[in-house]
Design a protein. Structure first.
Length: 118
C-alpha cells in the first residue's frame, strides 16, 4: 500500500499563487512516477502534471505550461505543484496520484481544494 497525503489548497484571488504538496509513504518502492490530476465541478478528472520518481523527467498539460510546474523532494518523497497566475477556471479539487509499477494499480490522495476567486 502507498499512502498519499495532499496539502496546500485554499482560496486565492485570480492572479495569485498556490503550492500544493503531496507526501508519499508506505510501499513507495513500487512507485515510478507521481502526478497531479484535478477535477472541477461537473467535469471529468484531468491530468495536470507528472514527475518521475527520481525527479529527472516531467510532463504536464500543454494548457498549463508556463503557469504550473511540478517538482519533487526525494529526501521525503514529496511532490509539489506550483501554480502561478491562477484563474477562476483553475478552481478544482487537486488529487495526487501514483501507479504501482507491478500491478498498475492507481493510488490516490484524498484531494485538496483550490478555489480561485475572480
Amino acid at each position: 500500500q502507498v499512502q498519499l497525503v495532499e496539502s496546500g489548497g485554499g482560496l486565492v484571488q485570480a492572479g495569485g499563487s498556490l503550492r500544493l504538496s503531496c507526501t508519499a509513504s508506505g510501499r513507495t518502492f513500487s512507485s515510478y512516477v507521481m502526478g497531479w490530476f484535478r477535477q472541477a465541478p461537473g467535469k471529468e478528472r484531468e491530468f495536470v502534471a507528472a514527475i518521475s520518481w527520481t525527479g529527472r523527467s516531467t510532463a504536464q498539460s500543454d494548457s498549463l505550461k508556463g503557469r504550473f510546474s511540478i517538482s519533487k523532494d526525494n529526501a521525503d518523497n514529496t511532490v509539489y505543484l506550483q501554480m502561478n497566475s491562477l484563474k477562476a477556471e483553475n478552481t478544482a479539487v487537486y488529487y495526487c496520484n501514483t501507479p504501482c509499477i507491478q500491478t498498475r494499480y492507481n493510488y490516490w490522495g484524498q484531494g485538496t481544494q483550490a478555489t480561485v476567486s475572480s
